[in-house]
Design a protein around this ligand. Structure first.
Ligand code: PAF
Length: 280
């Protein structure tokens, strides 16, 4: 069933016997790939009812970003989501979630939203936390599913859920990769053939650093340098950031002691790709 308004989905979900049924929510911006489908499958295993939201959220895009051109294919998405186990597709329009005059934000303060993607996309996480909050309020899921590829988003949403004592369990699923190691992303569809071939360097560089970490390297500057040198071998790659922080707090560190994240963002032409590796 595809439901396109908040009013209808709220009405539908109140008629479901909530006492006996668990609801899993998979929030997406559509153009579904195997990464999204793995979240839907996991949600199906763990819940009675799976709601997949498909909504390209304008407030998480900056003024010069790709909101208008973000890939959209609702028909294909609907088919893929059903096959993976979705029961309800929630596909609202912008005016429904953000009616005229709507100007309330949910914002996680502090470095956690200012470093990494927050540095080059200063209003991004405010848009994410606000829309995810709305979806939680509308669907009232028992569990919500997110991919580890967006590791900072996971850290920020976990903080939001904890800080606001929200009654939902966040389930984080592993990164799904193409056969050559490139992390699945809807934005991969923007890449030219040459850019696509060079984009494997993100994962290769992370693997290199991961190996060096396993061999005993703990110094953040040394590991970052290793990654930067590897990425620089690809002429079309333009580094936005290569960083290592403690995870999930995203606090600055000089040497890796506890759990840490190596996070990279690299531009190929106009396409900005992210990837990460958690070091435990
Ligand atoms: O990860 C995404 O696709 C988006 O940030 C999300 C969580 C659906 C919010 O718009």
């Amino acid at each position: 069933m595809v439901i396109t308004t908040t009013e209808l989905i709220k009405r539908f979900l109140t008629t479901v016997n909530r006492e006996n049924k668990t609801i899993g929510l998979v929030p997406t911006m559509g153009f579904l790939h195997k990464g999204h489908l793995s979240l839907i499958k996991k949600a199906k295993e763990e819940n009675d009812l799976v709601v997949v939201s498909i909504f390209v959220n304008p407030t998480q895009f900056g003024p010069n970003e790709d909101f208008e051109t973000y890939p959209r294919d609702i028909l294909n998405d609907t088919n893929l989501a059903y096959k993976a186990g979705a029961d309800i597709i929630f596909n609202p329009n912008v005016c429904d979630l953000y009616p005229e005059g709507s100007n309330t934000w949910v914002n996680v303060e502090g470095d956690i939203t200012k470093v990494l993607c927050g540095a080059s996309r200063p209003t991004h996480f405010r848009g994410v936390t606000t829309v995810v909050n709305m979806l939680f309020n509308i669907v009232q899921p028992d569990r919500a599913y997110f991919g580890q590829k967006d590791a900072q988003q996971v850290a920020v949403l976990t903080k939001m859920v904890n800080d606001l004592h929200m009654n939902v369990e966040l389930v984080v699923c592993p990164i799904v990769r193409e056969s050559d190691g490139l992390a699945m992303s809807s934005r991969n569809s923007y890449l030219s053939e040459e850019e696509r071939a060079q984009a494997v360097v993100l994962n290769e560089a992370l693997q290199l650093a991961g190996k060096s970490y396993k061999d005993g390297e703990r110094n953040v500057v040394a590991l970052i340098q290793l990654i930067e040198i590897k990425i620089a071998t690809m002429p079309l790659a333009e580094i936005d950031y290569v960083s290592i922080y403690s995870y999930p707090t995203l606090a600055q560190i000089e040497n890796i002691v506890g759990t840490a994240i190596i996070a990279v963002a690299v531009k190929f032409g106009k396409t900005r790709l992210i990837d990460n590796e958690i070091l435990k």
